[in-house]
Design a protein around this ligand. Structure first.
Ligand SMILES: C[S@@+](CC[C@H](N)C(=O)[O-])C[C@H]1O[C@@H](n2cnc3c(N)ncnc32)[C@H](O)[C@@H]1O
Length: 277
């Protein structure tokens, strides 16, 4: 038991595991995620739907979205943004590797009589064959990628954009990083819970990697006859760091919204939005 607990609580090597596939495609967990996406008040898998409406209104005004404009959504989930862009008259492509989410998005588009293209695939291996006015990646998905994956993604985004196209995304800031505390907690779910329908123990560990300003939230789920782990890495950016990273990939950061999601205007928001071209 000592060795097992040591293993669970020991700090993993940076980017030593990538479990996004389990998180978004495990039959049980991905259903839980879909429920969270579709809960209008939840901020767990997508932002709450009121915030999504106001984000889309902002994007519509900023990028003059409507007939004749095209949008590609990297990690579109069940299509909460894509459907709104299509309703504005845009041509829309949504990419996501979650089968459940894409199936839901396709059914919703059909139900609403909207012509939206969806591809069920990993956006890190997507080969663009078309150019768009706007690419989006929303809910800090960019920060969940490793350095190598982010470089690959930026290359793909760049070749998906028209010459005068823009990329809009949100990222975690250094203020979020500062507020994270390391440690491990344990909970028992007798009747099952978010991660498993069976009785299970959930170890939640937070680790920080100061040199890279990366945090890891690691879940170790212990069922009677199975143990599995979920690794949620998050890179936290300063504005300079983000500009440099984009610049190195041939994209220029043209606008930053440092208080995205925090109307207080405190200047210490945990999330900032970015427009690049
Ligand atoms: C946090 S959710 C956000 C969904 C959507 N952007 C929203 O805000 O409603 C992240 C989404 O990205 C998808 N995703 C994560 N990694 C991916 C990858 N490598 N390729 C394709 N989709 C991915 C997940 O399946 C999930 O639907």
């Amino acid at each position: 038991m000592f060795h097992q607990l040591k293993e669970i609580t020991e700090k993993p090597k940076l980017y030593s595991a990538y479990t996004a596939e389990t998180l978004w495609n495990d039959p049980y967990i991905s259903q839980q995620m879909l429920k969270a996406h579709l809960d209008p008040a939840s901020d767990k898998a997508s932002r709450n739907h009121r915030f999504i409406d106001s984000s889309v209104a902002f994007l519509q005004a900023r990028f003059n979205l409507g007939e004749g404009k095209s949008v590609i959504d990297f990690g579109c989930g069940p299509g909460l943004y894509t459907i709104r862009f299509a309703q504005l008259g845009c041509r829309v492509l949504g990419l996501d590797f979650s089968s459940n989410s894409i199936a839901y998005a396709r059914a919703e588009a059909e139900r609403s009589g909207l012509d939206i293209e969806y591809l069920e695939q990993n956006y890190l291996v997507y080969q663009p064959s078309d150019k768009f006015d706007l690419a989006i990646m929303i809910f800090c998905d960019y920060c969940a990628l490793s350095d190598t994956q982010r470089k690959r993604l930026l290359k793909i985004v760049k070749s998906s954009l028209k010459e005068d196209g823009h990329f809009f995304l949100d990222v975690c800031t250094e203020h979020m990083y500062e507020r994270i505390e390391e440690g491990t907690s344990l909970q028992y779910f007798e009747k099952g819970g978010f991660w498993s329908p069976s009785p299970h123990f959930e170890f939640t560990s937070a680790f920080k990697y100061d040199e890279n300003r990366v945090s890891l939230e690691k879940y170790t789920i212990v069922e009677e006859d199975r143990t599995f782990e979920i690794y949620n890495w998050l890179k936290h950016f300063t504005t300079n760091e983000l500009e440099r990273e984009f610049d190195e990939c041939g994209l220029e950061v043209v606008e930053m919204y440092p208080d995205f999601g925090s109307p207080s205007g405190s200047g210490e928001s945990e999330i900032m939005a970015v427009v690049a071209r």
